[in-house]
Design a protein around this ligand. Structure first.
Ligand SMILES: [Zn+2]
Length: 330
């Protein structure tokens, strides 16, 4: 099943505005990667330009959905429709030249479509000058052009851009769906269970966690946590230095650390609720060595660290505090 089928609220809203023919000239779809934003945007562009009869069974927007088989739908699906324009980052960002090229195409009339749809994926990757150039187009709405921006969250965009767009939020995917998808990919069921719980509702994230690289990071962290309890303060400072090096990975590292500590705590009372099921043997042996009140204090240390990071406290300092608290009382 496609992830996008779980976006009932977002899809319901889109079919509503399609039915009333009341589509804002700029929409922003927000939510993590892997929730189906791009697929919904492509089908939305198809629905705006479809020449056939909607197929309510297969289409995403019910009676307002595209047929999926007419010339227009097929061109859009294959990325070859002259009036459905895709913009995404080149290198590290969406550059001003790309937006200028886009604006020069928009200055001409659509060549065959009913509505020109501009789909900007990773809109948060626009440079400030790109955003300002785009803003001009957003400020001068045209009846024939609809912009669909895709972004992780609104805060990635300039407020002036956001204020011109109607936001449609995509929800995190259910854990059960992530487990099923990972199992379909051939991931071991116990591992699929662990990764699905950490993935914050994103299939892309779940797949990254279940990859060899993702698992190596989890296993390394678990080993480090076990070593901390055995080796104390010197090890704590070394680990803190290492964790602070990659601020982008910090949230995921903290997620794994939290679930590991949680597993040690719940395993003695409710083993069926352990998240890292593939490490059950290690969970049981470490759990027997650590008192519940110590684990609760360590979980608090993780929560404090997460709080520090959202308040932009120095990463190295926060990680040192965390690792020292994790190393004590083991
Ligand atoms: Zn069609």
């Amino acid at each position: 099943m496609d992830p996008v089928r779980h976006q009932k609220r977002a899809l319901g809203f889109l079919s509503g505005i399609l039915a009333k023919n009341n589509v804002a000239h700029a929409l922003v779809f927000t939510g993590d990667a892997g929730l189906g934003k791009r697929q919904a945007a492509v089908h939305f562009a198809m629905a705006r330009n479809c020449e056939g009869t909607p197929d309510p069974e297969s289409a995403m927007f019910g009676s307002q959905g595209p047929c999926g088989v007419c010339g227009s739908c097929r061109k859009i699906l294959s990325g070859n429709h002259p009036d459905v324009l895709f913009v995404e980052k080149r290198g590290a960002s969406i550059k001003i030249e790309q937006i200028r090229d886009l604006l020069s195409v928009l200055a001409m009339r659509p060549s065959e479509g009913k509505t020109r749809v501009v789909l900007i994926s990773g809109a948060g990757d626009m440079t400030a000058s790109s955003s300002n150039a785009l803003l001009k187009a957003l400020e001068e709405p045209s009846d024939t052009t609809c912009f669909v921006l895709l972004a992780g969250q609104k805060s990635e965009l300039l407020p002036t851009v956001v204020s011109r767009c109607q936001e449609i939020r995509f929800s995190p995917l259910p854990v059960s769906f992530l487990i099923e998808s990972l199992e379909n990919d051939g991931v071991d069921p116990d591992l699929a269970h662990a990764c699905a719980f950490i993935a914050s509702g994103s299939l892309d994230k779940a797949r990254a966690l279940a990859s060899d690289q993702g698992l190596a990071r989890r296993n390394w962290l678990v080993n480090q946590l076990c070593a901390l309890e055995d080796q104390g303060m010197g090890q704590a400072l070394l680990l803190a230095e290492f964790l602070a090096k990659d601020k982008n990975a910090a949230q995921e590292d903290l997620n794994w650390i939290r679930t590991w500590l949680r597993d040690l705590l719940v395993s003695r009372y409710a083993p069926q609720r352990v998240i890292n099921r593939d490490l059950m043997g290690l969970v049981n042996s470490r759990s027997a060595k650590t008192a519940p009140e110590v684990l609760l204090e360590k979980l608090q240390a993780v929560a404090d660290c997460e709080n520090d990071l959202t308040r932009n406290v120095n990463t190295r300092l926060s990680m040192e505090n965390l690792c020292m608290r994790l190393s004590s009382g083991g």
